[in-house]
Design a protein around this ligand. Structure first.
Ligand SMILES: NC(=O)c1ccc[n+]([C@@H]2O[C@H](COP(=O)([O-])OP(=O)(O)OC[C@H]3O[C@@H](n4cnc5c(N)ncnc54)[C@H](O)[C@@H]3O)[C@@H](O)[C@H]2O)c1
Length: 251
């Protein structure tokens, strides 16, 4: 097979689905992985060059199956996008160990498991890994003891991967999205939170799935061939503003 192959986790909707569609536009074949079988079936319908896999990336044996089936179907892997994530916002006293583990299992363990399992195929292709963190991994906030910590760990895990796998020609980078109106975000963003984000973000708006996907696909492409170990916030300027007080703005 000569076409490049990308594997996107959490590909049934949101940022993962937008990334899948952009990869297809760029001529990649895509392995679409998601544990929501119904959404995955609906999303992958009509995408002929995709291989949909209804699997849970927090389960080690399912991650092994994911790589075995990728190898059997396409025989190669050029890009791994660790995008699957869950959000669960709550105070520390309300975050029992089960809730903590549920967030960590997907957001952190899943990124580790998928990166580890994909490494042999990525060595062959000198491929790329892009991990999806969040601005919540860069700035602490109330209610995000588990989510924010999981995303901060993903940022460091990316650097570990870049440091260790660079000698094999594998690049590893991280994208930290700002707020995007996906199902995940809308489940935890009240109108008050939406208004506060608009105030805190220099571009004064949420991002779109496509705006995140553009950066992910760029980081996987040869145009980013000397970029590794980096974190790019795609967040309308949220992370770059120190004292971004709305009252200090002209408008
Ligand atoms: N939307 C935002 O505002 C925002 C902001 C910052 C970061 N992010 C991150 O972007 C990524 C994508 O989020 P989204 O907003 O598109 O979410 P989404 O909920 O729309 O999509 C996530 C997909 O991942 C799948 N998934 C979750 N856990 C899985 C698992 N263990 N195995 C397989 N599939 C699994 C879900 O079924 C779902 O289809 C997540 O990592 C999220 O934390 C999102």
């Amino acid at each position: 097979m000569t076409e490049k192959v990308a594997l996107v986790t959490g590909a049934a909707r949101g940022i993962g689905l937008a990334t899948t569609k952009l990869f297809i536009e760029e001529g990649y074949r895509v392995v679409m992985v998601d544990r929501d079988g119904d959404e995955l079936a609906a999303a992958s319908k009509g995408i002929n060059s995709a291989l949909p896999l209804n699997l849970d990336i927090s389960a080690p044996e399912q991650v092994d199956e994911m790589i075995e089936r990728t190898q059997a179907h396409f025989g190669r892997l050029d890009a791994l996008v660790n995008n699957a994530g869950v959000a669960d916002f709550g105070p520390i006293e309300g975050t029992d160990f089960k809730r903590w583990r549920t967030v960590m299992e997907t957001n952190l363990d899943g990124v580790f498991l998928c990166s580890q399992a994909a490494t042999p195929l990525l060595k062959q292709s000198k491929g790329a890994i892009v991990n999806i963190a969040s601005i919540s991994g860069l700035r602490a906030s109330t209610l995000r003891v588990a989510y924010g910590t999981s995303k901060a760990a993903v940022i460091h895990l990316t650097e570990q991967l870049a440091a260790e796998l660079g000698e094999y020609g594998i690049r590893a980078n991280c994208v930290a999205p700002g707020p995007v109106r996906t199902k995940l975000a809308m489940a935890v963003h009240t109108q008050d939170i939406i208004d506060a984000y608009h105030d805190a973000i220099p571009l004064n708006r949420y991002g779109s799935e496509d705006e995140i996907a553009n950066v992910i696909v760029f980081l996987c492409s040869p145009k980013a061939s000397y970029v590794t170990g980096q974190l790019i916030s795609v967040d309308g300027g949220f992370e770059s503003t120190g004292i971004g007080l709305p009252s200090l703005r002209s408008g």
